[in-house]
Design a protein around this ligand. Structure first.
Ligand code: 13P
Ligand code: SF4
Length: 319
């Protein structure tokens, strides 16, 4: 504990010295989330992280999350220096959608508007017409559908099919998935609901369809937290990375949050739903990057200039 306190103080001092700001996702270590808030940075979902980083005047952003979040920050602010605690923190959705295969898929369907999820590489975003996050994907696809557009969607098949069902849009889906959310189990969730008949079920739409079907609220991480705060209910079953519980409990004190069941849940494994790449962000490597100003994110400027168009379409739509 003493070591943690010392590291936290060192990070606060270094953030000031380096005139850097910390932008964190809800799935990272609780200490990092708290530090981001205490030091004038932000902890939020992917959409707000992008917007906050773009609008903040600091010349250096430290992104505690996974690689696509650092890349998005760099694409939106090429003049800023973007650092990450661990450059190997990736995402199964990004890994499962290589740019060359994705480009061939798009080329084979030139009649479709290409909409990609934020959890992709800069090169995939550069090939897309629109980038969306979980908080706004449904609204954007509904908008495109109303214009008569046919959609090519990548990479998350669960989010894609949820949006397809909700909007009725014609969507051709890439077959990627999030290795964390893919583990939530519908049958077990149904049993847990029966044990807690008054609980509301909050589900991230990267989860399988039979889990989403049991949800009272489907939304991004920020939307799930907001729902917990605003609801009259006092017990919630939460189907997303359990890193979110730290903020949920702080934002809605006195309420009870129960983790949704995954394949691995057991008496010995109470924390199965946790992204291994988000977990690569810690106090020590955060302090190290601030000390050395290392682990900088670079995006090929030509790729960045193409990718920024798809990101800005979303940000303009959201504004
Ligand atoms: P949001 O925080 O935008 O809902 O995204 C979740 C996610 O997959 C981050 O890995
Ligand atoms: Fe990717 Fe899933 Fe990890 Fe989010 S939780 S970064 S979608 S692997």
């Amino acid at each position: 504990a003493a070591e943690r306190t010392e590291l936290r103080e060192r990070i606060k001092r270094l953030l000031k010295e380096r005139e850097a700001v910390l932008v964190a996702h809800y799935y990272v270590d609780a200490d990092l989330q708290d530090l981001a808030e205490e030091t004038g940075g932000c902890v939020s979902d992917s959409l707000e992280m992008a917007r906050f980083g773009r609008d903040h005047p600091a010349k250096t952003l430290v992104v505690a999350g996974v690689r696509f979040m650092g890349e998005t920050a760099k694409i939106l602010s090429p003049e800023k220096r973007i650092l990450m605690p661990d450059l190997d923190a990736t995402c199964s959705l990004d890994l499962g959608c290589p740019a060359d295969e994705f480009t061939a898929f798009c080329d084979a369907h030139p009649d479709r508007t290409v909409v990609v999820y934020a959890n992709t590489s800069a090169a995939v975003k550069a090939r897309a017409d629109w980038m969306v996050t979980s908080s706004i994907g449904l609204d954007i696809v509904a908008h495109l559908h109303a214009q008569g557009k046919k959609i090519l969607w990548a990479p998350d098949k669960h989010l894609g099919s949820y949006i397809q069902k909700q909007t009725g849009a014609d969507m051709l889906l890439w077959q990627g998935s999030c290795l964390v959310h893919d583990e939530f189990k519908g049958i077990e969730l149904d049993l847990l609901k029966a044990e807690h008949p008054n609980a509301k079920v909050l589900v991230h739409p990267e989860s399988p369809a039979n889990v989403v079907a049991l949800a009272d609220v489907v939304g991004s991480t920020s939307q799930m937290i907001q729902a917990a705060v605003e609801s009259d209910c006092d017990t919630f079953i939460v189907a997303t990375d359990n890193g979110i519980l730290h903020k949920m409990r702080a934002a809605a004190p006195g309420k009870t949050f129960i983790e949704a069941p995954t394949a691995g849940n057991s008496a010995t494994c109470k924390s199965c739903a946790h992204c291994p790449w988000m977990a690569m962000n810690g106090l020590q490597n955060l302090a190290d990057v601030l000390e050395n100003m290392g682990n900088e994110i670079h995006v090929d400027p030509a790729v960045g200039q193409a990718a920024v168009k798809s990101i800005n379409r979303m940000l303009d739509f959201a504004a």
